[in-house]
Write a protein that binds this ligand. Structure first.
Ligand SMILES: [Zn+2]
Length: 190
């Protein structure tokens, strides 16, 4: 039996840190990737640090239409999303810190993830956080920390100190289902 946990979006009152986060545990089958990535760096609007996370991004783009759709939507905005392995705090493993930086006139968001193993867990978690980035970037008026906080007050829901959106949860679950389905199909064809 696979167990999945999600603890998302910590809101730290009075601190310039409010994050949308994902915590998941479950299937960990490593997914093979090819070199023909649909989402290439550094030209892509989604950029990641490290070979492990790069493999995660590539696998997501190649093996999940939902994942690829999220990346393509982000690429249609003025935003850039940087992903790296890091600690979110607040007991969550993956997050989108509520800070907006600028590279010239482009908005830049950061994603922190715990797992860069390019497996189902890592890819679906990245999809979840990229969806949060999309939630921000699709609205060109969201350009400050305060505006991000207000946005998530409008579109998110709280669970104690945790805030989440149904859209990000659904995206992560859909990507996960696509990856597992693909994996099972691959096994069946062997
Ligand atoms: Zn979330």
């Amino acid at each position: 039996m696979t167990r999945t946990e999600r603890t998302l979006c910590v809101l730290a009152s009075g601190v310039a840190l409010a994050i949308v986060c994902a915590r998941e545990s479950g299937a960990s089958e490593r997914i093979a990737t090819s070199t023909d990535a649909a989402c290439r760096e550094p030209s892509s609007a989604v950029r990641v640090e490290g070979t492990g996370l790069r493999a995660t991004l590539t696998a997501g783009c190649e093996q999940s239409t939902t994942f690829l759709g999220i990346v393509r939507r982000i690429a249609g905005t003025d935003g850039i999303v940087y992903g790296k392995v890091g600690k979110c705090g607040f007991g969550v493993r993956s997050c989108l810190p509520h800070t907006v930086a600028f590279i010239v006139d482009r908005r830049m968001l950061r994603i922190l993830v715990a797992n860069d193993n390019a497996d189902v867990e890592a890819i679906s978690s990245l999809a979840h956080e990229l969806t949060h980035a999309w939630e921000v970037l699709r609205n060109p008026r969201i350009r400050t920390h305060s505006q991000m906080l207000l946005l998530y007050e409008q579109i998110g829901y709280h669970r104690g100190l945790v805030v989440e959106t149904s859209e990000a949860i659904a995206a992560g679950r859909q990507v996960r289902a696509e990856l597992l389905s693909r994996h099972m199909t691959t096994l069946a064809l062997r």
